[in-house]
Design a protein around this ligand. Sequence first.
Ligand SMILES: [Zn+2]
Length: 154
Amino acid sequence: MPERLNFSLRSDESDRLLVAKFSPNAPCPCGSGKKYKKCCAPFHKGAQPKDALTLMKSRYSAYAAGESGYILKTTHPDNVDFSEDRAAWKRSVDAFCKSTAFLGLEIVDVQEGVEEAYVTFTAHLDSGDLKERSRFVKEEGRWLYHSGEFVPLS
Ligand SMILES: [Zn+2]
């Protein structure tokens, strides 16, 4: 079955590219200036971000590093993208990660509350800049991405 063989070779190849792009020693995509392994990687492996801003930055890094599982795990059930069909949702996040180059992150404004927080940021993507005001809520001790609204680029 040559078609199946071809498909699996291609998918191995793209996984290798993602790994090569984000080695543990690479600069963290969130722009902290630290190495990925000393910055956002621990969150992608299960550590809890202590505040909404840390969660926001680690979600940007997760997109850049292709850590789609982290995106699903940190999305609030009320979010429009939340889906019970996790396999299909993960595939769509994976497709976005692989088709997009993440060129940098700028934090514009942060309002941290006890159980609710807002972070406004500009994400630089190869498809253009995206400015968003994100809402985060804390549930059972964990910060989650609740929703976001686009802000016009000034
Ligand atoms: Zn980071």
